[in-house]
Design a protein around this ligand. Sequence first.
Ligand code: COA
Length: 362
Amino acid sequence: MTNGLDDVVAAETVLSDVDGLGGNLTIRGHSLPALAGHWNYPAVVALLFDGFFENLPADEELGARIGEARAEVFRRIEPVLPALSSLDVYGGMRAGMAILPDGESLDDALRLVAAPAVLTPALLRARRGEPAMAPDANLGHAADMLRMLTGAPASPALAKALDTYLVTVCDHGLNASTFATRVVASTQAGLTSSVLGGLGALKGPLHGGAPGPVIEMLDAIAAHGDAATWLRDQLSRGERIMGFGHRIYRVRDPRADVLKSVVRQLGRSGDGADRLVFAEMVEKTALEVLRVAKPSRSIQTNVEFYTALLLEAVGFPAEAFSCVFATGRVSGWVAHAREQQINGRLMRPQSRYVGSIPDKVA
Ligand code: COA
């Protein structure tokens, strides 16, 4: 038995493949570096959805349909925003998505793709006491999300950086949240129910909840002044170093390099350069501390380390990082849910009973 399902193949998929030894991610026949920075997010949604929905429009029209879906989601959630705002940002997003219809059509799918991009800025603005901004269906998905956050048009550099992030995290094999999504879809529940399964799994710090703590770690190390001592103390307390380690990758996570180069580009055009130099020093130190502390296991930088820097640079607060992760990953969840609904069987593994045995009845 494996406590954590390592190496168990639980589904066949055409969507993505994670090569943990080579450090490669393939998404529907394209390597990550061929997509990230070259395809926009709606084009990647079209790629993931291909074959899973009737009458799927071409990339450009799909981009327009996602814009219309943002506007529709806003109309649905605006009346309940005050109630959603009483929760933390992730909880508010999850509750807002729960009120969407639970069907299996392309419209259902597009509302789910649109929803985190609408809910996240609206909830962040509510926390600042500012009214939510309505979506502009004519803008690109990432540009509109940033405009709804700040209230001003996003610079092309920031919009491109966020769009590249959304593409980079759109799908990643049978990670915990995608598995959770597929388990729900395997019961023939609808797409919203399935995506809510994924949202629940993504929240935890071992999965999509890691980038917020990465920022806390960088700030704590900056305040302490000695990265190696801080990191060694962290390990000696039995704590993990966030942004490092992965169940599948034994080499560097290829998404980390893509995101690092986006952060570097932004640093050239803005004032994030010092932050990047500091983060690179922390990364180098952490890899060395981990190599010494865990010599039998190759623990490398994962996607969350540079996610944290990128999302900070485009203007999101750490409390919303997991919501932005969900904004990218939701397209992968929806595609996996459809693949499971169409091709899969009910997922129903077994457990081994190790509890006490009932007394024999005389
Ligand atoms: N910091 C310190 N130790 C780590 C570590 C980290 N980031 N990642 C793994 N390890 C160590 C564990 O402590 C354990 O050591 P032990 O055998 O001496 O007890 C060993 O490596 C195996 O850990 P395990 O949890 O079984 O590995 P896993 O394959 O489940 O780990 C993660 C995957 C992602 C859960 C793990 O690397 C982690 O917790 N990383 C930090 C959180 C993070 O960045 N999450 C985002 C993932 S994309």
